[in-house]
Write a protein that binds this ligand. Structure first.
Ligand code: ADP
Length: 261
């Protein structure tokens, strides 16, 4: 009875944007925003014109992770994106007031997500090669709205190696599959912690779960990102690891993933 929910014929690419890639996860807290921000910065350092639409209405992280704050300007009916670390960025977090909770119901939630994508004057200095959309976690109404209104070239799924995260990641893959959105691959985040003395991987959240899952689903494993303190610090301090010259295993993993997208 669920039927097929195909991408709507009315789905459009936001103006001035060549490619759109969504980043999704079944669960919250698995590092979806960390992956979105670091992929965006890695792509920008490859010389591409990149934008990041932070559409995670439940926990917008892009302002903090990229170190940007303030109210965006509005011109000709569109929000003007900020630019940080070479990436144009718009976030629902810029529009929310202080620490007040963002309470969106049905249509307003979808409207807010649309405002973060089609409602932005992307490409202030020329067309964007890639727009990354950081979606809210889960598989719900908002995702269907995005799929039906924004023409996506593909989606990257983020999961930790734990079974509980993988179950939800599987749901996300199934949802995008049903809607005909290509799943570009899986990023296994928090894949391991390198032993501080020997460097040997310690599999805190289990071993190889996402790798096996990706193989089972027939989608590429784009990266295995370790648990990394500078990665977390960079996120907290608005300096993404991939925005600078950094050869840590986490930065290398993101760069490789960006290069294969
Ligand atoms: P989500 O977007 O899925 O809710 P976040 O990207 O906000 O998750 O990550 C949640 C927290 O975990 C953040 O504080 C982030 O810095 C941290 N984090 C994410 N990935 C890693 C990692 N590989 N190593 C260390 N900390 C990480």
């Amino acid at each position: 009875p669920q039927g097929r929910v195909g991408p709507s014929e009315t789905a459009v690419r936001p103006a001035n944007v060549k490619h759109v890639i969504a980043v999704a996860s079944g669960k919250g807290g698995v590092g979806k925003s960390t992956v979105s921000v670091n992929l965006a910065c890695a792509l920008a350092r490859m010389g591409l014109a990149v934008g990041l639409a932070d559409a995670d209405i439940f926990g917008p992280s892009a302002p903090r992770m990229l170190g940007v704050s303030g109210q965006p300007a509005f011109a000709d009916g569109k929000l003007i994106p900020f630019k940080a670390h070479g990436v144009e960025v718009m976030s629902i977090g810029f529009i929310a007031e202080g620490d007040s909770p963002m309470i969106f119901r049905g249509p307003r939630a979808s409207g807010a997500v649309r405002q973060m994508t089609a409602g932005v004057a992307w490409g202030q200095t020329g067309p964007l090669d890639v727009l990354i959309i950081d979606l809210p976690p889960g598989t719900g109404d908002i995702h269907l709205t995005v799929i039906q209104s924004v023409k996506l070239d593909g989606v990257v799924i983020v999961s930790t190696p734990q079974e509980v995260a993988l179950i939800d990641a599987r749901r996300a893959v199934a949802m995008f599959g049903k809607t005909g959105t290509p799943v570009l691959g899986v990023v296994e985040n928090m894949a391991f912690f390198p032993d501080p003395v020997t460097g040997a991987p310690i599999h805190i959240f289990g071993e190889g779960g996402a790798k096996a899952e990706a193989a089972k689903l027939g989608v590429p494993l784009l990266a295995q990102v370790p648990i990394d303190i500078p990665l977390r610090q960079g996120g907290d301090e608005g300096r993404p690891l991939t925005a600078g010259d950094n050869d840590s295993p986490a930065a290398v993993a993101f760069r490789q993933a960006a290069a294969t997208l």
